[in-house]
Design a protein around this ligand. Structure first.
Ligand code: FAD
Length: 283
């Protein structure tokens, strides 16, 4: 079992990883997609690095992590299941068990659709590999919101799901020819107790499932019972969330959305998590 599993390899997640390893804890860090900080032209308020570009600073962070044998693993965390003393973390269908989890996913850029959270697990899914088998022989819509959507749609098609692919982008070259492609977007999910379809422009498309494949996952959908305030996860001064053993750090906990805060919170979360693990060992 992993001691500390970190979700997101931005400044908060990497700071958490460095401090977790410093405290002698087995540490894994999973992250998807590029980090937004890399787009910053100049950073002038991060101590010791006056006038540095976002890209350079991210490279420094990565070199630091590498020097400490911290490997950033590619993967989107889609779900976390509390199991009493540990957590089962679903990384695109692959499950890892950890004693503590630190959420460092950055500020949520996800705007959920009306009814999306209510129908989660009742036809709404964020992971084709995890839930695809449930819809063999049934109709599913794949809503393209990330670079891997076509591959995931192809996977669903390959296991016998009848797939409609809805995207604002042009028809992907690698999309299987048996998949229906619609150029558009979803405005609404239809269904009361379970998904019955979606509204696309003015027409309704019937379906048993909707796979919403975004790069980011809204914190509220990641783990049940997590207290959210607006778009941010609620934490105390130890960076503990409302679920014991799950921490949050960085932009995801709220303003100011700034580097120094993210790095500081990553440190606090990792040190507190490590201390709790040590306490259990001592007893
Ligand atoms: C253009 C720009 C300029 C900026 N300039 C400054 C500045 O000058 N000074 C300053 O202090 N701050 C600046 N900032 C803000 C700073 O970049 C952020 O405060 C900081 O990056 C927050 O770090 P974080 O680790 O909390 O989140 P992020 O840096 O957003 O990192 C989160 C990571 O988690 C990953 N992730 C998200 N969801 C999942 C999931 N479900 N599974 C796995 N991985 C996931 C994301 O892909 C991302 O890599 C700037 C930001 C931008 C965009």
């Amino acid at each position: 079992m992993i001691d500390i599993l970190i979700v997101g390899a931005g400044p908060a997640g990497m700071s958490a990883a460095v401090n977790s390893v410093t405290r002698g804890k087995t540490t894994r860090i999973f992250s998807n997609s590029e980090n937004y900080l890399s787009r910053a032209e100049k950073i002038n308020n991060y101590l010791g690095f006056y006038n540095i570009t976002g890209k350079e600073l991210m490279n420094r962070f990565r070199e630091h992590a590498k020097a400490m044998n911290i490997k950033i693993e590619d993967g989107k965390v889609v779900n976390i299941l509390p199991m009493g003393e540990s957590f089962m973390v679903n990384i695109n269908g692959k499950i890892e068990e950890a004693k503590k989890v630190i959420l460092a996913m950055g500020s949520s850029r996800v705007k959920e659709l009306n009814r999306e959270i209510d129908l989660l697990g009742k036809g709404i899914s964020y992971c084709a590999t995890c839930d695809g088998m449930l819809y063999r022989g049934k109709k599913a819509i794949v809503w393209d919101q990330s670079k891997d959507s076509a591959e995931e749609a192809n996977y669903l098609n390959s296991i016998g799901v009848i797939v409609t692919f809805i995207s604002k982008k042009p028809h992907p070259e690698n999309l299987d020819k048996h998949i229906t492609y619609i150029n558009g977007t979803i405005s609404e999910i239809i269904g009361n107790d379970k998904v019955q379809g979606v509204a696309e422009k003015k027409k309704n498309i019937p379906a048993d499932a909707v796979f919403i494949l975004r790069d980011a996952v809204a914190p509220a959908t990641l783990v049940e019972g997590l207290k959210i305030n607006g778009n941010f996860i609620e934490v105390n001064r130890n960076m503990e969330t409302s679920i014991k053993g799950i921490y949050a750090a960085g932009d995801i906990t709220g303003k100011p959305l700034q580097l120094s805060k993210a790095v500081g919170e990553g440190l606090i979360a990792a040190q507190h998590a490590a201390l709790q693990i040590d306490k259990v060992k001592e007893n």
